[in-house]
Design a protein around this ligand. Structure first.
Ligand SMILES: *Cc1c(COP(=O)(O)O)cnc(C)c1O
Length: 222
C-alpha cells in the first residue's frame, strides 16, 4: 500500500472530528511530501533537530506537532516551526515554552502529557501531579500558550484490555481537568492518544487526535 492509500484507509475510519497526526520521524522529506500531496496537513516529529531541519523544506501550511521528550535547551530550536507541543511534561517546561514563544512573538498550543503507562522510561505528569499543578495554578496566566488538552501513550503491550484501561484513565483525567480547572477555556478539548497498534482503542475511548507513524509510512530505519 502507498502512503496515500494508507492515509485514505485510516482517515475514512476516523470518526468526524478526530484528526490524524502523521508521525514522520526518521522518514525523509520526500516521503512526507507524498503524505502532503495526499492531503495530510498535520505532521508529528519527536526530535528537535529533525523537526527544525525538515520544516523549512516542507510547504508552509503544515501544522507541526512536537511529540517527543523536549529538553529545555531545544525549545528555542523548534519554536519558530511548531503549532503545537504535545509533550509538556513539567511545569518548568511549560513556563519556558511560554517565555520562548513570547520572545519571538508567537502564540502556540500545548498539550499536557500524562504518564499512565507501566514503563518508567515514558515521561509525563502522573494523574496526581497534574491535578496538584492545576490546584497550584500552574496552568493559569500564560500569555503565549494555549493549553489545548492532554496527550498520553499507553503501555507497549499486546494486552488491549490494559491499553483500554489506560486510555480510560486519560479520558477521565481530561474530564476532571476540563470541568474543574478549564471550564472557562473552550480551547481545552483535545485528547491525543493512539498509535499504529492501538489507535482504534484510543478512538473508542475519546481520542480527538491520533498519532500514527508506521501504519502510514511503514517501518522506520533507525
Ligand atoms: C513514534 C511515535 C508515535 C507513532 O508510533 P507508530 O507506532 O509508528 O504509529 C506516536 N506517538 C509518539 C509520542 C511517538 O514517539
Amino acid at each position: 500500500m502507498s502512503i496515500a492509500q494508507n492515509i485514505e484507509r485510516i482517515t475514512t475510519q476516523l470518526p468526524e472530528g478526530v484528526k490524524l497526526v502523521a508521525v514522520s520521524k526518521f522518514h525523509p522529506v520526500e516521503r512526507l511530501l507524498e503524505a502532503y500531496n495526499a492531503g495530510q496537513r498535520i505532521f508529528g516529529e519527536n526530535r528537535a533537530q529533525e523537526l527544525a531541519a525538515k520544516a523549512p523544506q516542507m510547504p508552509a501550511d503544515i501544522e507541526w506537532h512536537f511529540i517527543g521528550h523536549l529538553q529545555k535547551n531545544k525549545v528555542r530550536m523548534i519554536m519558530p516551526w511548531v503549532s503545537t507541543i504535545q509533550s509538556i511534561d513539567s511545569t518548568q517546561l511549560l513556563q519556558l515554552v511560554n517565555k520562548e514563544a513570547a520572545r519571538i512573538d508567537r502564540h502556540i498550543n500545548v498539550l499536557l502529557q500524562l504518564h499512565v503507562a507501566k514503563e518508567q522510561t515514558k515521561s509525563g505528569f502522573s494523574v496526581n501531579e497534574i491535578l496538584e499543578a492545576a490546584v497550584e495554578g500552574a496552568f493559569n496566566n500564560l500569555s503565549n500558550v494555549t493549553i489545548a488538552g492532554v496527550m498520553a501513550m499507553a503501555t507497549f503491550t499486546d494486552d488491549l484490555d490494559q491499553v483500554a484501561s489506560e486510555f480510560e484513565l486519560v479520558y477521565n483525567t481530561f474530564l476532571t481537568l476540563r470541568d474543574k480547572y478549564f471550564a472557562n477555556n473552550p480551547a481545552f478539548k483535545e485528547i491525543s492518544m493512539g498509535m499504529s497498534d492501538d489507535w482504534p482503542v484510543a478512538v473508542e475511548h475519546g481520542a480527538t487526535l491520533v498519532r500514527i507513524g508506521t501504519d502510514i509510512f511503514g517501518q522506520r530505519e533507525y
